[in-house]
Design a protein around this ligand. Structure first.
Ligand SMILES: Nc1ncnc2c1ncn2[C@@H]1O[C@H](COP(=O)(O)OP(=O)(O)OP(=O)(O)O)[C@@H](O)[C@H]1O
Ligand SMILES: [Mg+2]
Length: 264
């Protein structure tokens, strides 16, 4: 596949210095760009725990630092705390203790509105169910979150079309979700997650409803988004075979990280 950076035409602000980047792409970030550099910790959990008021512990003292360009698979048995960890990393939930840092900034004291603004600007989320709006085309499903950043309708639709084309859906963008296959719908959901050029892409069982071939294709897209676009990509998966495609695997048991190792 061609470099996703080129195909999506949306990632230059990420900067980075990996071997897949051209000098021109690196230079485009500019010295003052506020996006992270490849290899620098982008997202960090510092000994985070999550307890419910009634007592159950969902996650215990998890520490994890993810750099731009990394593709991390979180694995573990059902109920081991994978989603809990992902939601905490994505600022969708707050830890009971410990800190989550984004680009070195401690998010602990931030208001709900500030967290929401960070999520919109810095994170893309993909879930097991695509959650596309059924009454809108693939194009509009991607253009709607782009418009939330203030871009005019025509520009937002142009950008959405570019992102969809980058994911092989250029000629399907006018279709409604129910006219697309499961794999295509999940690719639209990925396109939507990329709408605002996020530095971090988080996915919770994104291939859970896909057949083997489509699941592998979706994993390959995530791998490219990390490798070629310098994003930090973190995916929860039950599938041990697919997890091997990640550059790093973090394994949870009973709410604790029991291993964290680079792969391949
Ligand atoms: N709101 C809640 N109330 C009570 N228990 C909860 C709640 N949310 C999660 N849990 C429990 O916390 C533990 C961790 O849940 P979590 O959803 O993070 O696990 P998971 O590894 O993602 O599981 P799965 O693979 O089934 O999605 C589980 O035992 C779960 O039952
Ligand atoms: Mg889960």
């Amino acid at each position: 596949m061609a470099d996703l950076r080129d195909r999506l035409g949306c990632c230059d602000r990420l900067g980075g210095g990996g071997r897949h980047h051209s000098g021109a792409a690196r230079g485009a970030a500019g010295p003052g760009a506020d996006h992270p550099r490849r290899g620098v910790s982008l997202l960090e959990a510092d000994s985070i725990s999550r307890r419910l008021p009634e007592g159950p512990v969902l996650l215990s003292e998890a520490s994890l630092a993810v750099a731009g360009g990394e593709f991390v698979a979180i694995t573990g048995p059902s109920g081991s705390g994978k989603s809990s960890l992902l939601y905490l990393l994505g600022l969708l939930d707050r830890p009971s203790s410990g800190r989550v840092l984004l680009q070195g900034q401690d998010t602990t004291g931030l208001t709900g509105d500030a967290l929401a603004a960070l999520r919109l600007a810095r994170f893309g989320f993909v879930f097991q169910f695509h959650f596309l709006l059924p009454e809108f085309s693939a194009l509009d499903n991607v253009a709607i979150p782009i418009r939330r950043t203030g871009l005019a309708r025509a520009e937002a639709r142009d950008k959405a079309q570019t992102i969809l084309a980058g994911l092989g859906l250029g000629s399907d963008s006018a279709k409604m979700p129910d006219q697309l296959s499961g794999g295509m719908r999940q690719r639209v959901a990925i396109a939507r997650a990329l709408a605002n050029d996020p530095a971090v892409l988080l996915a919770d069982e994104p291939t859970g409803n896909l057949d083997t071939k489509n699941a592998a294709a979706v994993f390959d897209i995530f791998a490219e988004l990390a490798r070629d676009a310098g994003r930090a990509v973190v995916i929860v998966t039950h599938d041990a075979e697919l997890a091997k495609r990640a550059t790093r695997r973090v394994h949870l048991v009973d709410g604790r990280i029991v291993s964290d190792a680079a792969q391949g």
